[in-house]
Design a protein around this ligand. Structure first.
Ligand code: NAP
Length: 248
């Protein structure tokens, strides 16, 4: 994707990784539009930033996805980049019968969310020059975190969807998967305090460096997530899963 001069729409731009990338793209000379459910967090995300705008959007609401994206295209006809960053997580114990409502919500937000938003914008995007669709998956899509099995499965599914989409959109739009390691955000309780989390600003700076240095890359794989991304190739999946169960 181009370094500057893009018009970028971000789901999950109200906090964490989405907001950090939004600010960096804005600093680099892009028009940036963020979205999310929390109006106060969106107002904070655009505060003091000329030309940054926001839309309230819950990706779990398929009607809202259609109407809001129509509005975004009408207001910003030059829209050429979509970042799907909205996501939720949750710990669970899949070894015993449980209330599945959170697990079902995770699949809806993390998998159906990007499918819906891409569907709503793909026809517009493929007609734009320099268009790109970015999706935030997770290292746990490559090696599952056992205590968040549904979350990990949702991200593995997102990876699969992105691989298919990239092949089908070749020549029409670039498709980029951003694969974060554990990053210090509010996604899960304890992430901000964990010594295993990569600081948010470091992660966002590293993603921007990768995007700027390899504008044609299919995947953004920062150093900390390499063991997860390449675990299957390196025959390390069982070992890393066992380490996570032991709490290392
Ligand atoms: N932090 C990590 O360790 C890590 C690792 C791998 C992947 N990721 C992925 O990175 C992405 C961003 O997460 P984060 O770590 O930055 O956590 P975060 O700060 O909690 O951000 C999550 C974002 O998603 C939005 N969101 C959640 N549900 C939504 C819905 N139904 N509709 C629209 N927006 C929704 C939230 O906004 P509202 O609450 O305002 O709606 C928020 O902006 C997620 O996809 C996550 O799975 C994170």
């Amino acid at each position: 994707m181009k370094r500057s001069g893009n018009t970028i729409f971000i789901t999950g731009g109200s906090s964490g990784i989405g907001r950090a990338l939004a600010h960096r793209w804005h600093d680099q000379g892009n028009e940036v539009i963020v979205s999310g459910r929390r109006r106060d967090a969106l107002e904070e995300a655009v505060a003091g930033r000329d030309g940054m705008t926001f839309y309230e959007l819950d990706v779990d609401d398929p009607v809202a996805v259609k109407t809001v994206t129509k509005g975004v295209i009408a207001d910003h006809p030059g829209l050429n980049v979509l970042l799907n960053c909205a996501g939720i997580s949750g710990a669970e114990d899949p070894t015993t019968a449980r209330d599945l409502s959170r697990a079902e919500k995770i699949v809806e937000t993390n998998l159906l969310g990007p499918i819906r938003v891409i569907d709503a914008l793909v026809d517009h995007l493929k007609d734009q020059p320099d268009s790109a669709i970015l999706v935030v998956s997770s290292g746990t899509g490559f090696v599952p975190y056992p205590a968040a099995a549904t979350y990990s499965a949702s991200k593995a599914a997102v990876h699969s969807y992105v691989v298919a989409l990239r092949a089908l959109l070749e020549g029409d739009a670039q498709v980029i998967e951003i694969i974060p390691p554990q990053v210090a955000t509010d996604l899960l309780e304890g992430l901000k305090e964990s010594p295993h989390s990569v600081p948010l600003n470091k992660f966002a700076d590293d993603v921007m460096a990768h995007l700027n240095e390899q504008p044609e890359a299919d995947e953004i794989v920062v150093e900390e997530v390499e063991p997860f991304r390449f675990a299957e190739r390196d025959n390390k999946v069982r070992e890393i899963v066992a380490r996570m169960i032991d709490g290392d």
